[in-house]
Design a binder for this molecule. Structure first.
Ligand SMILES: [Zn+2]
Length: 550
């Protein structure tokens, strides 16, 4: 795309600083200059911008929607005014990507076992599909599929599931969340059938239904017939509750698959309530099973807004640091008792969107850092990290060496507040930071330095825990982590208005909003200007097994 265009820009040589008293004084004045630039970020401007971005006219900024287009046009007008370099498609600030909306072809979908053809609707349902197609492989039964190495529990022992269909039970699918209190953390203390299927390269999962899924069969079938469809990004690893095909079997299909296995169908169908699972085995008598997940698909266009502030160092300007946020909102349905039906998405994430504009302006007011800063307002975050996934797996990310995200940065819990849903909200003058302590010594030392030199806000590091759900994978940092890019994220915490019509501008704390944006800016600037490139240099936690260090 724009990689060739970048090369035509002239290189400016910059004199290297010598280690002297003069240099130290210069460094001191540089800190002062950066502080002065940080102080150009003021609550009044942030509140003015967010009042536009999170106004009713934007209708919640769903991806895609005319409201999101208007909000993006607002960001673009500002980037033009600031003379930020466009790095999107064809010299614009827009980087388009395609979302595929797939609808199952219910008459063509089929499971072929030997000479028998099992039919969608009667013998099976397709619960999830990311890639339609025809998949043939042997079938392996793994019980509840739960592996707990500490206790020596391994239903996969002696079995090869690569390129094969796994059969498990309905009760195994939600287990990851259900057992957290008693078993510890998914990916650390145990792995589920979903983790194992993904890491060992299974074709997909066939699910023996619980009595609840049998009673919901008719409703599930009608939803598909109504053409609800499934949206998925066309690039990168699909972020989905389950990124492999998942098929729910009726008793008729269970019977056909297990014929000659010596396991009684009644025993299998009752296993979710008895918690007695037959031993794992490959269904050798069944042979190869061909599953045709036939679907028709249509394309939906969406976009990220991207601009570049070029670095001052002729070599380091080719290493980019992102300043990223998501512009879209989570749009639900319903009306509050007060008659409000618009999901303004002010804190999530009008705050980050306005904050990122202020960070861009401060970067331009500061001494130009050595590295370039890629400014990003992405979309589709709320529907599955679409925009950041597209960007992180595309050519723009080849130059990215560190990722910064601001997502929900303007709410505060009143001291002593007992408001329901505010347990996870940070207090006055506090913000959560995640990323550096777990992954990168260099980012961690930058954070220590900026806190010492500027101290706009107190950091709460409790989310710097790889087993915490906000470490991974619920944010735009996830695709960057997958690519081995270290990150730093600022977040003021969840609250009762999260993803509701009541997430409005009037609920924000302008004082904290300003402080978090300033802290974000000073960290981005410092990493961008640091001669040392940040890397992931700490032991990669087991939950990040899929990561490819950069
Ligand atoms: Zn968000």
């Amino acid at each position: 795309m724009n990689r060739n265009r970048l090369n035509v820009f002239a290189c400016f040589a910059v004199g290297s600083a010598s280690m002297s008293v003069a240099a130290s004084a210069a460094a001191q004045s540089r800190t002062d200059q950066v502080r002065t630039a940080a102080n150009t970020i003021v609550a009044e401007n942030l509140m003015r911008d967010i009042s536009y971005i999170a106004s009713d006219a934007m209708k919640g900024r769903a991806t895609p929607s005319p409201g999101l287009d208007s909000a993006a046009a607002f960001i673009v007008r500002r980037l033009i005014a600031m003379k930020v370099k466009p790095v999107g498609d064809n010299g614009t600030y827009y980087q388009h990507y395609t979302i595929r909306r797939a609808n199952l072809d219910t008459t063509a979908a089929a499971i072929t076992v030997g000479a028998d053809r099992l039919r969608w609707g009667n013998d099976f349902l397709v619960a999830s599909f990311v890639t339609p197609g025809v998949f043939a492989g042997n079938v392996v039964y793994v019980g509840d599929g739960l592996r707990i190495s500490k206790r020596g529990v391994d239903p996969y022992a002696g079995l090869d599931i690569r390129g094969k269909w796994i059969v498990t039970h309905s009760g195994a699918i939600p287990r990851a969340r259900a057992v957290r209190d008693t078993m510890g953390f998914d990916g650390v203390d145990y792995t589920t059938v979903l983790d194992e299927a993904r890491s060992r390269g299974a074709l997909g999962i066939l699910v023996i239904p619980s009595s609840a899924s049998i009673s919901g069969w008719g409703a599930a079938r009608s939803r598909v017939q109504a053409g609800r469809g499934e949206l998925s990004p066309t690039v990168g690893r699909a972020y989905a509750p389950f990124p492999l095909p998942q098929i729910t079997l009726a008793a008729s299909a269970v019977e056909r698959l297990f014929a000659g296995s010596g396991i009684a169908v009644a025993e299998l169908m009752a296993a979710d309530s008895t918690h007695r699972y037959p031993r794992s085995l490959q269904l050798s008598r069944t042979g190869k099973v061909t599953i045709d997940i036939a679907a028709t698909s249509t394309n939906v266009e969406a976009f990220n807004v991207v601009g570049l502030i070029e670095g001052s160092d002729s070599r380091l300007r080719n290493e980019w640091v992102t300043s990223s946020t998501h512009l879209d909102g989570a749009v639900g349905r319903g009306i509050t008792p007060a008659g409000d039906s618009i999901y303004n998405a002010a804190d999530d994430n009008g705050s980050g969107s306005a904050g990122n504009l202020s960070i861009a302006a401060a970067l331009l007011a500061a001494p130009r850092p050595k590295r370039s800063v890629l400014l990003v307002w992405d979309s589709g975050e709320e529907t599955g990290l679409w925009g950041s996934r597209f960007l992180a797996y595309g050519p723009l990310a080849d130059k990215v060496v560190a990722h910064f995200t601001v997502d929900m940065i303007a709410r505060t819990k009143a001291p002593g507040s007992k408001v329901q849903g505010e347990d996870e909200l940070s207090g006055p003058g506090e913000v959560y930071v995640s990323g550096p302590a777990v992954l990168s010594s260099e980012l961690d030392s930058v954070l220590a330095r900026t806190t010492r030199d500027y101290h706009f806000i107190t950091l709460d590091r409790k989310y710097e825990d790889p087993t915490h759900e906000f470490f991974y994978p619920r944010t735009d940092a996830a695709p960057y982590i997958e690519r081995g890019i270290p990150y730093m994220e600022f977040f003021t915490g969840l609250h009762g208005d999260y993803h509701r019509q009541t997430d409005e501008v009037g609920k924000l704390d302008p004082v904290k909003f300003e402080a978090v944006a300033r802290a974000g800016f000073t960290n981005i600037w410092t990493v961008a200007d640091d001669p040392v490139r940040p890397r992931i240099d700490k032991a990669v936690p087991p939950v990040l097994w899929f990561m490819k260090p950069k």
